[in-house]
Design a binder for this molecule. Structure first.
Ligand SMILES: [Zn+2]
Length: 417
């Protein structure tokens, strides 16, 4: 087995502790030894010595709200216009882009078409195309008129949705998507301001429909994630054991208490990136300050910030991941969410990076072997030109990520500029 020794590095190990000088030996696809301080790992003839140039070796990042089938579109409808053949290829390119941007794992928060991520995941796992470890999602299971339903009365039109209304259709949707091989099913439990003002505070599915989706998914060992901005949607997601609850903007103190009680079984991710970019950086695409005002987007963002500051104080498992895949919030810029975590929710850089690595490993269901620089863990590693705990924005520039290693293999290697 190939042995590689990273030397002349500082190590951010993923636990949230400060980086420390040391050496790391990778043998095959696993981390064999982590040595800190003045300890040195014994050299052998066969070892490849990798001089890190004083950079930071850290666990590969995990994207908890990935959308690699979203092709940086300005409207959801455009996703439906992409034929499946092109869509697979575009998704393949995004998988490579995320990997080269430092994301060695992606937990998908919906695929635009039912089989796109499934086939990309299978090809990545078979080693035939480059890409992160991928948990493939379903399209967004949504109700008529819900987020993602882009049809008009006179015109059928697909976007990123799988329409299911009523208990029977919801059951059938989950059965179908599970048959096609998704790892996780995304259900849009609440509405959204992106559909109409005020709708984010309302449920888009009844309790009976949610219960049906959950029982089918649990029986088929599919994980569940949900779009849940409304308070009641968050409560129902908890009641029916959704594993990942996205957004939670309108969660009340009572609901946050319930989330706290469930903190060891639920993962949360606000997806602040897309809200921020839509509010302040999308004018070139027609989302002017006047449109933002009409959408009532800023009040929603304020609620999101308030709720997640409280969740941080309670020690809940809140992860980054900001819905990257839109024109003003493109795939590849996913590391921007890390900076938002510090600016808006009050996390330190170390806490943020811990959420994106060690907690990310747990989100992937691989917490005992992924997300830490630790003996025996999988060698998913980044060498960063600089210390991201001192300046987290370093990770937003792909050129600062000198090495990406996944499962012990180099996926990217470049020299510092
Ligand atoms: Zn999303």
């Amino acid at each position: 087995m190939v042995a590689r020794l990273f030397t002349n590095i500082i190590i951010f190990d993923g636990t949230g502790s400060d980086p420390f000088p040391g050496e790391v030996l990778v043998v095959g696809n696993r981390i064999e030894t982590v040595a800190g301080g003045s300890d040195r790992i014994a050299r052998t003839e066969a070892m490849e010595i990798v001089d890190g140039g004083g950079g930071c070796l850290m666990p590969g990042l995990v994207e908890p709200h990935g959308h690699i089938t979203f092709t940086d579109v300005a409207a959801l409808k455009e996703l439906g216009e992409i034929p499946p053949e092109e869509h697979v290829l575009k998704t393949m390119h995004n998988a490579k882009l995320l990997l080269e941007s430092g994301f060695t794992s992606v937990y998908s928060a919906a695929s635009a078409k039912p089989r796109t991520e499934v086939v990309i995941r299978n090809e990545i796992n078979a080693g035939r195309i480059p890409g992160p470890r991928l948990l493939a999602a379903s399209p967004e299971v949504t109700s008529t008129g819900g987020l993602g339903d882009e049809r008009q009365a006179h015109l059928d039109h697909q976007a990123l949705e799988y329409i299911a209304d009523g208990v029977d259709e919801v059951r059938k949707a989950v059965r179908f998507l599970s048959r096609e091989g998704v790892d996780t099913i995304k259900v849009n439990l609440s509405g959204d301001v992106f559909v109409r003002p005020g709708f984010a505070e309302k449920c888009a599915y009844s309790e009976e429909e949610i219960a049906a989706a959950a029982s089918e998914a649990h029986d088929r060992d599919c994980w569940l994630s949900c779009h849940a901005r409304a308070d009641r949607s968050v409560q129902l997601a908890l009641k029916y054991d959704f594993r990942v609850i996205y957004h939670c903007d309108y969660a009340t103190t009572e609901t946050i208490d319930m989330l706290e009680e469930a903190k060891d079984r639920v993962f949360l991710a606000p997806a602040i990136g897309v809200i921020y970019a839509t509010a302040y950086e999308a004018a070139d695409w027609g989302i002017t300050p006047e449109v933002v005002e009409q959408m009532r987007l800023i009040p929603m963002m304020e609620r999101c910030i308030e709720a997640h500051q409280e969740m941080r104080k309670r020690g809940l498992r809140v992860l980054p991941g900001g819905d990257y895949g839109f024109a003003w919030n493109p795939n590849g810029s996913n590391a921007r969410d890390l900076e938002h975590f510090m600016n808006f929710f009050g996390y330190t850089a170390n806490e943020t990076l811990h959420a994106a690595t060690e907690m990310g490993g747990r989100l992937m269901g691989m917490g005992d072997e992924l997300g830490l620089v630790k003996n025996g863990y999988l060698a998913d590693l980044l060498l960063v030109n600089g210390d991201p705990t001192a300046d987290i924005t370093l990770l937003q520039n792909r050129n600062n990520i000198l090495i990406v290693m996944k499962d012990g293999q180099y996926e990217k290697r470049r020299s510092p500029e």
